[in-house]
Design a protein around this ligand. Structure first.
Ligand SMILES: [Zn+2]
Length: 347
């Protein structure tokens, strides 16, 4: 893609770096990236990639902004919390102010097996900005199936980890972690918290990998599983390259895409650290918030904008999205959440 005079000025420091150069910058400008999740990792990823001049950035996130996000989610501020904005929309708005030359697409949706291929098919690269393993295994299946690189990142407490997956050239996520950790096996944001610097370091490493991938410098890629503890001042590089082709990986060796095919996964998800459950529908619907608000008139604090409808009943806070998905705060019991959903939203 041809660069104009403003581009040459804006990206001058990046282009002066020998690994990128003018040719690299042109490749970056012609690139399309899907960022899955726009929370802690996702906001740092999006910030880096949009500033770097990636031509098209799609941001997919299911959630809305809360005060407890501001400690680490760099694209959001207090006005966004007050405005009840979905993260993807608020991030896109901020990013367009930062770099109007980049096309930023906001998708407010829960990434699941029914939509992930569509969200990633036209992307050159998929970035993991999520906070749960279910979506990571879906990304892994999709990336291997569509033969696209992706960059895994995770952060909890003072611990972070990242690895880069190039299908056929490096082990995939399932080569390294065959199954997702069971409940209680790893800490959550609720039990362990998370430090902003942990997130910033991991997402920045991911963004660096993204630049290498987009300019085609595959020899510079991190081919190990990198872990860091910023409180203990330790880093480790786990040699994972020998796993490629040596473990009988269901995903990249047998090409059985179990997560995409629905052998795993659920419709109710307990949200990390939130005492909340998300309930989603098998088939998307289109809710009429005006009608719903009237029907819920007797319940407490009904409010809505075009992105979401909120109300309180009993000791629970409901946030409902136009596609019928709801986040119910006040319980981490998925059965209870399903009952509450049926009672107040229906379907
Ligand atoms: Zn594999």
């Amino acid at each position: 893609m041809k660069l104009n005079a403003a581009d040459l000025e804006r990206y001058s420091r990046q282009m002066r770096f020998a690994g990128i150069g003018r040719v690299g910058q042109e490749k970056i400008a012609a690139s399309r990236v899907t960022i899955c999740g726009c929370g802690a990792l996702g906001t740092v990823l999006a910030n880096n990639l949009v500033r770097s001049g990636v031509g098209f950035v799609r941001i997919v996130d299911r959630d809305f902004i809360e005060l407890s996000n501001l400690q680490r989610q760099v694209l959001f501020d207090e006005a966004d919390v007050a405005e009840n904005l979905p993260k993807a929309e608020a991030a896109a708005r901020k990013l367009r102010q930062i770099n109007s030359a980049v096309t930023v697409e906001a998708v407010v949706a829960d990434i699941d097996r029914t939509n992930i291929e569509e969200l990633c098919r036209d992307a050159d690269l998929i970035m993991d900005g999520t906070d749960n393993f279910e979506v990571r295994y879906l990304i892994n299946d999709t990336a291997v199936k569509l033969n696209k690189p992706w960059v895994f990142g995770g952060a909890i407490g003072s611990n972070g980890q990242t690895m880069t997956i190039i299908p056929g050239q490096t082990p995939c996520l399932r080569c390294v972690f065959e199954a997702s950790p069971g409940p209680g096996e790893v800490g959550t944001c609720e039990t362990a918290g998370v430090l902003a610097p942990t997130v910033n370091i991991i997402a920045s490493l991911q963004a660096a990998e993204a630049l290498k991938l987009l300019v085609g410098k595959y020899d510079a890629i991190n081919r190990e599983l990198f872990t860091i503890d910023i409180w203990e001042n330790t880093t480790r590089r786990h040699k994972i390259a020998p796993l490629l082709g040596k473990v009988n990986c269901p995903c990249c060796q047998r090409r059985e895409f179990e997560w995409l095919e629905g052998a795993h996964g659920s419709q109710t998800t307990t949200l990390c650290g939130r005492n909340a459950v998300q309930v989603s529908l098998r088939s998307a619907t289109k809710l009429n918030f005006d009608d719903m608000a009237k029907q819920l008139g007797q319940s407490g604090n009904v409010s809505h904008n075009k992105f979401m409808l909120k109300f309180d009943v009993e000791e629970y806070q409901f946030t409902v999205f136009p596609d019928g998905r709801a986040i119910i705060k006040g319980t981490s019991d998925t059965d209870k959440a399903r009952i509450l959903y049926a009672k107040y939203i229906g379907h």
